[in-house]
Write a protein that binds this ligand. Structure first.
Ligand code: CTP
Ligand code: MG
Length: 607
């Protein structure tokens, strides 16, 4: 149904295709009628006592014409119609192809657009294999529906109606007898649909898994090689791929039994025609050429159409499954959306406030954050400390509304973030993720990702703040160096500095830094910390940090313990309290102490 809705947007193109098809059908039937007429003319010439041929529309030529001249006239008309049909048929094929291309491109664009708006919840719930298959394979399968099914179904219905009317006009009773097998066709088609539809759904899901295993393997190739797990990865893929193949063969067997079975049924009609139709001719109830021959030919074409129904049922079931999967994306609710009476965000002062925030990833899962309240005043730096899995990333992700809290409120400048325009809100927030993602384009474009119109000066300035300018200048093409996929040709520290530059370029009043040094060696860490320090200047910053150097400079430290705020205060305050903070700090100091004892003065000077 939804597919029809989509096709309706191109109704002019669809109408053109349909009209062409109808004209072609009418021409085919006229050709057939003329053939019957030709035979009757010949028969009348040989047996003068046989029935008079009936000329259509009173176009009978003068009686003076010889039989051969009359047949010549009919043959000429048949040829003319055939030639016209050929050209119209080509034109109609081109029109159909253009129509299909328009719909498919449109549909793919719609899915892609929608993916940009979908929230993190959607991406948490659907793996990338499934998403990619929906945009590529499923959209393509929907194309089959339009190309092979939609137009054809209309054409089959119309042409069967034409055939039946024509056949009925020759002899009603004969037509009805020939149709006696039709209910069987209907029952079998419905049964087949019920069997294969769930199988096609399963088939697509198995293919999603196959693609996911493949893409994980490609992305995680270093882990696989590092642990020498090639063989077990091969076995894993073999199993997934094998399951997919078995399922496909299961479907194939059903299709290869069903299709010939359906095609067999109309053959019974020919037996009926030969016996009952032959009897009628001998009784003189129907003519030979425009009666029996044309009827036989019509019946044959009718059977051809019916046998297509089998193929089409197969295509339709398959493409309906794909269409459902495409529409699941298009219809997915936007968990995070700008509310209708949202306020535009003009210039933010940068005050961030949490009020009794509770958050769970799924409505039925345990909360990962509980009763979190704090305020980051404009320009302040708030550091967040906590063990892995404590909820630091989750806390940050509530500010740009990657998720909404399950209770409590997140406010910016005193306004609930849910009352702000989402895009406006996100434009005011610079984010450096725990693991940054870069795109396979130039360094400059990567930095200017959030601000594509930035000038080269602005880009370089951001890179300088992020301590990235120097290494960029050493790249083969400087700022114009094209990065490989996900920036794989840069070191971890270089990637993080580009990510910082990307966040800084926006000059956001609020900056979120999610532990950008987590995956970095201690030497590079120093450079990143310096980059972060400069980036934080003049903005409200929430930074996930473990280094004392960052923690002690923060205006406020939040200590998260399994989703709750265990402690808050400044470094000095927290150092004088017994608790997580003091414990963590002592460990670090002790560690640096041991370094000093070994004569390695690492990171000690900025304590
Ligand atoms: N979690 C989840 N679904 C996600 C992300 C996280 O259920 N999409 C859960 C994690 O399993 C974890 C909790 O949420 O138990 C907090 O995760 P997170 O905020 O990412 O923890 P961090 O404190 O950021 O941990 P780390 O230091 O390892 O980054
Ligand atoms: Mg984290």
């Amino acid at each position: 149904m939804r597919m029809l809705g989509l096709a309706w947007r191109f109704k002019a193109a669809a109408a053109k295709v349909l009209v062409l098809q109808l004209v072609l059908l009418a021409m085919a039937l006229s050709g057939l009628g003329l053939l019957g007429l030709g035979i009757d003319v010949l028969k009348h010439a040989v047996q003068a006592d046989s029935a008079e041929p009936s000329w259509p529309l009173g176009l009978a030529p003068p009686d003076a014409w010889s039989a051969m001249a009359k047949v010549g006239l009919v043959a000429g008309a048949i040829f003319l119609i055939a030639a016209m049909r050929f050209f119209l048929d080509r034109w109609s094929t081109i029109q159909l192809a253009m129509f299909v291309h328009m719909i498919v491109a449109d549909l793919r664009m719609m899915v892609y657009d929608k993916l940009q708006q979908l929230s993190f919840q959607f991406f948490d719930a659907n793996d990338s294999g499934s998403i990619i298959n929906r945009v590529t394979g499923d959209v393509q399968a929907v194309r089959m529906f339009i190309e092979l099914a939609m137009i054809q179904i209309v054409m089959i219905v119309v042409s069967i109606a034409f055939f039946l009317t024509y056949m009925g006009s020759i002899h009603m009773q004969l037509t009805l007898v020939c149709l006696a097998t039709s209910p069987l066709l209907l029952i079998m088609t419905i049964w087949f649909g019920n069997v294969v539809k769930p199988a096609y759904r399963k088939n697509r899901e198995l293919f999603d898994t196959t693609v996911r295993v493949l893409s994980e393997n490609v992305r995680g190739h270093h882990v696989v090689k590092g642990f020498s797990l090639e063989n077990s990865e091969i076995a894993k893929f073999h199993a997934t791929n094998g399951e997919f193949r078995d399922q496909q063969q299961w479907i194939f067997w059903r299709v290869s039994i069903f299709v010939p079975a359906i095609q067999m049924i109309p053959q019974i009609n020919l037996i009926v025609l030969l016996t009952y139709g032959g009897y009628l001719y001998m009784q003189g109830e129907i003519l030979f050429g425009s009666g029996l021959v044309v009827f036989a030919s019509l019946l044959q074409q009718f059977s051809n159409q019916i046998s297509q129904v089998a193929q089409i049922t197969n295509v339709v079931q398959r493409s309906i499954v794909s269409a459902d999967r495409v529409f699941e994306v298009l219809d997915a609710p936007l968990a995070i959306d700008t509310s209708p009476d949202a306020k535009p965000m003009v210039q933010s002062r940068g005050e961030v406030r949490f009020e009794g925030v509770e958050f769970r990833y799924k409505p039925d899962s345990d909360p990962v954050l509980r009763d979190i309240s704090f305020t980051a005043k404009p320009g302040q730096t708030v550091a967040i400390l906590g063990a892995t899995g404590a909820g630091k990333t989750s806390l940050l992700s509530l500010i740009p509304r990657f998720y909404d809290p399950s209770a409590g409120r997140v406010l910016i400048d005193g306004v609930d973030v849910r009352d702000l325009d989402v895009q406006d809100l996100r434009r005011h927030i610079g984010i450096v993720f725990q693991e940054s993602f870069l795109f396979s384009t130039t360094v400059a474009d990567n930095i200017a990702f959030g601000h594509p119109n930035a000038s080269r000066d602005q880009i370089e300035n951001a890179a300088k703040i992020a301590q990235a300018h120097e290494f960029i200048m050493e790249l083969p093409d400087g700022y114009n160096t094209v990065l490989s996929e996900s920036g794989a040709n840069l070191s971890g520290g270089q990637r993080q500095r580009l990510a910082i530059a990307r966040a800084v370029l926006l000059e956001p009043p609020i900056l979120l830094l999610d532990d950008p040094t987590a995956a970095i060696d201690p030497e590079t860490e120093g450079e990143i910390l310096e980059a972060m320090d400069r980036a934080m200047q003049g903005r409200t910053t929430l930074v996930v940090a473990h280094r004392l150097s960052t923690l002690r400079r923060a205006d406020q430290v939040l200590v998260l313990d399994r989703g709750t705020l265990a402690q808050t205060g400044t470094h000095t305050q927290l150092m004088s309290e017994q608790g997580h903070y003091q414990h963590a700090a002592k460990l670090q100091i002790a560690d640096d102490e041991s370094l000093r004892l070994l004569g390695i003065p690492e990171h000690t000077e900025d304590r």
